[in-house]
Write a new protein. Structure first.
Length: 284
């Protein structure tokens, strides 16, 4: 595999290059990550498919945090290189569908009201199918994670969702995937908060923050900090809550995470980030 960003052609291990692109994406350097992948020339069809799938993952992160619309084109490119039943491609499509169903007329909407029941049923069936045929424990855990999100945020079935989050957490911990464990802890902590167990929510959210930061997930760590700001407000520490949210807003604006910036500025204006309901919880 060669990287061809200039006249000088340099050979780079493909695994290392894809890992670097993912880390750039986690650091909110989405255009740079895509530029790196797009400048990569590979000879083998299987390697071209791997690069295309990595680009889909970057596009999904950019679309969610920065509000871009890159995923459909990237999925189309990857689909031309992979069999229709490829698990990773199917999971990318599931994520994109989940995100798309959350927004109605430009507004995030939770629960089934105003949504096509057939579309909701189809996306949940797809999540079950991906979980059941996952090629390894970690990917099965990610399918469980999104099954939980779909059950929670599209069907409003919190208890069932929590069971899926717990399965995802177990897979993340045993499979040594800190980002999966972080995602599960984030949403389990949200359920703790909903039931009034702020101590347990704080414990899980602090751990989720640590895992996300350790994995280099900048926008995810900032979104987690906003939940900690909310807990500070809940316990009467309004100055601490505002100080933390102000920094989240500043960082989010600086890295181009427009949706997160809007949530942080809304919080500073008095909006509960979980009052709509759990709106901030849905953000990776």
């Amino acid at each position: 595999m060669t990287n061809t960003t200039s006249a000088l052609r340099t050979s780079v291990d493909l695994d290392e290059l894809i890992s670097a692109a993912r880390e750039l994406s986690f650091a909110a350097r989405w255009p740079r990550a895509l530029g790196l992948l797009d400048s990569t020339a590979v000879a083998e069809p299987a390697d071209r498919a791997r690069v295309a799938l990595a680009a889909v993952e970057v596009a999904l992160e950019s679309d969610w945090f920065a509000g871009t619309d890159l995923t459909p084109g990237r999925v189309e490119t990857a689909a031309g290189l992979l069999p229709e039943d490829d698990w990773d491609l199917g999971f990318a499509r599931l994520r994109h569908t989940y995100y798309g169903l959350l927004r109605i007329d430009g507004t995030v909407r939770f629960g089934p009201d105003g949504k096509d029941p057939e579309a909701l049923a189809a996306v949940r069936r797809k999540a079950y199918a991906l979980r059941d045929r996952a090629p390894d424990e970690v990917r099965g855990g990610w399918a469980s994670m999104y099954l939980g999100l779909i059950t929670d945020n599209h069907f409003g079935e919190g208890d069932a969702a929590a069971a899926h989050y717990t399965a995802a957490l177990e897979a993340g911990e045993s499979g040594a995937d800190p980002l999966l464990a972080r995602e599960a802890l984030r949403h389990l902590g949200g359920h703790d908060h909903d039931t009034g167990d702020r101590g347990r929510a704080l414990e899980r959210w602090r751990r989720a923050t640590t895992l996300g930061a350790g994995a280099g997930n900048v926008p995810g760590t900032l979104s987690q900090q906003l939940l900690l700001a909310m807990l500070a407000r809940d316990t009467g520490d309004e100055p601490g809550a505002r100080a933390l949210a102000t920094e989240v807003a500043r960082w989010a604006a600086a890295i181009g995470a427009d949706r997160l910036h809007a949530q942080a500025t809304g919080f500073l204006a008095g909006v509960d980030p979980m009052g709509s309901p759990k709106e901030d919880e849905s953000v990776g």
